[in-house]
Unconditional design. Structure first.
Length: 457
């Protein structure tokens, strides 16, 4: 107990301790993630194949499985200083409320206007686009955090931005839309009638509330048909996990200051970027055989890519215009129910995390929406922060693991990623508070149908 007292509520690094390099976990993987392949020829996509869609420097990062560390350009380091380092918080109050001997820490990434970790990669991607002399970027956004983050980054660097926002979120979250517009982005609900693919999806699924997969197709179409524009993606890709390693590197540095070694690291998994970033340096140690940690991905029961999907090549988007990625997937035309954790409604998963999961380096669990909001409420009432519904998936499992420790008396150390805040998710909180929240779980039949449409590779 006395030793424990020395650990402050918040472990802050100082400004000079913000990482100056990103860590590429692929460099330590024996089985590298499978390459992106061309949907027509099934050949791996090389630098030239990807150039019409992505920025040059980002393609190099995407394809590099060997370089362990990438220097973070000074301008990105300076931008990071505006909102980083983010605090690693000891959840003393939650521990007390739970009566658990477990020690719980969370890395809080919600301390910026976008309200999530997504800014870490947004500024990097916008920076390389600017360096290449591009005019602007296109992207999709689900819940709106990525679109907001990219709007902030593009405003800072003077780039034009066009965002396709999943229709259900566009309607449910008008305020997030206005934040993006305030930063200068144009925002279109997806599927729209502005693109060929949007028109097609609208015709085939009248009244659809959209999905990330649809919005990606639209954004890619606009990027590839407008000179000076490229497409950027807020999760899933190797480059995004690389940028997000800043989360894990800071977490590790903060823990190391106090000699704390976690037993388990928990994060929510939508496309896998926050979890991939948080675990990177720890996974590196695990892959090199230096240490062992339990690493747990948490996904919604309504969109269970890891726990009920298949590990196969699939389209990254509904319109099937993107390269194929090998990942845990529910099928690219799986349109999940209007779950409130918008950022977790993606049919696929990061190829890096997929390979690590297939190789047994991490676990995955799925949790139901109502129990997620119970955890969110308990967390808000004890730790004070109103968590994003996405983040609350990790809170759910952190609490569950802490309660197991209460039964066994084990003083395990739990670290989880608190990816963001829930101020724009109050419609969801209202549903929960009014007792109107439901738990939708797709049937095996539903999943079989969408998985049956996987491309034959
Ligand atoms: C986007 C988002 C997620 C999920 O995305 P990942 O790429 O899986 O990290 C989780 N939490 C918040 C707050 C988000 O905005």
């Amino acid at each position: 107990m006395s030793e424990e007292k020395k650990i402050p509520y918040k472990i802050y690094l100082n400004e000079n301790e913000i990482p100056k390099q990103w860590y590429n976990v692929r460099s330590d993987m024996k089985n590298k993630p499978a390459p992106l392949i061309n949907p027509g020829t099934h050949e791996p996509m090389g630098f030239d194949d990807l150039r019409p869609v992505f920025c040059d420097e980002l393609i190099k990062q995407e394809l590099d499985n060997d370089t362990a560390f990438f220097d973070i350009p000074q301008e990105i380091q300076d931008f990071y200083k505006m909102y980083r380092p983010s605090p690693l918080v000891r959840a003393y109050c939650l521990e007390k409320a739970l009566g658990t001997p477990a020690k719980i820490y969370y890395k809080f990434e919600g301390n910026n206007t976008s309200g999530s970790h997504k800014l870490n990669s947004a500024i990097a991607q916008a920076y390389y686009a600017k360096e290449q002399g591009l005019k602007g970027l296109t992207t999709e956004t689900g819940a709106g955090q990525w679109g907001t983050a990219l709007s902030m980054a593009c405003a800072y660097l003077g780039l034009d931005l066009k965002v396709f926002m999943v229709k259900v979120s566009y309607e449910q979250k008008p305020f997030r839309r206005e934040v993006m517009r305030t930063y200068g982005a144009s925002v279109t609900p997806s599927p729209s009638m502005e693109t060929e693919i949007g028109k097609k999806i609208n015709a085939e699924h009248p009244g659809t509330t959209g999905s990330l997969g649809c919005a990606i197709s639209e954004a890619v179409e606009v990027a590839t048909t407008n000179p000076g524009y490229r497409y950027v993606l807020g999760s899933v890709l190797n480059q995004v996990l690389l940028h997000q390693s800043v989360i894990g590197l800071e977490t590790k540095a903060a823990l190391d200051k106090y000699g704390i070694v976690p037993d388990m690291i928990i994060g929510c998994a939508g496309g896998g970027s926050n979890l991939g970033g948080l675990i990177s340096p720890f996974m590196g140690e695990k892959l090199r055989g230096e240490k062992d940690y339990r690493i747990i991905a948490v996904e919604p029961a309504s969109c269970p890519s890891f726990t009920r999907g298949v590990y196969a090549y699939d389209f990254c988007d509904t319109g099937m215009v993107c390269p194929l990625a090998k990942m845990y997937t529910l099928g690219s035309n799986f349109i999940p129910s209007a779950n409130h954790a918008g950022g977790l409604r993606y049919h696929g998963m990061s190829p890096i995390l997929s390979q690590l999961y297939a190789d047994g380096y991490m676990e995955a669990v799925s949790v139901e929406q109502t129990s997620v909001f119970e955890a969110a409420e308990q967390f808000a009432r004890t730790e004070g922060i109103l968590p994003a519904p996405e983040s609350s998936h990790a809170i759910r499992v952190a609490i569950d693991e802490a309660m197991k420790c209460k039964e066994t008396g084990e003083e395990k150390t739990i670290v989880f990623g608190l990816t963001g805040t829930g101020y724009f998710d109050l419609v969801a909180y209202q549903k929960y508070n009014d007792g109107e929240m439901t738990d939708f779980i797709p049937t095996d039949e539903d999943l079989k149908k969408s998985i049956a449409t996987l491309p034959k590779v």
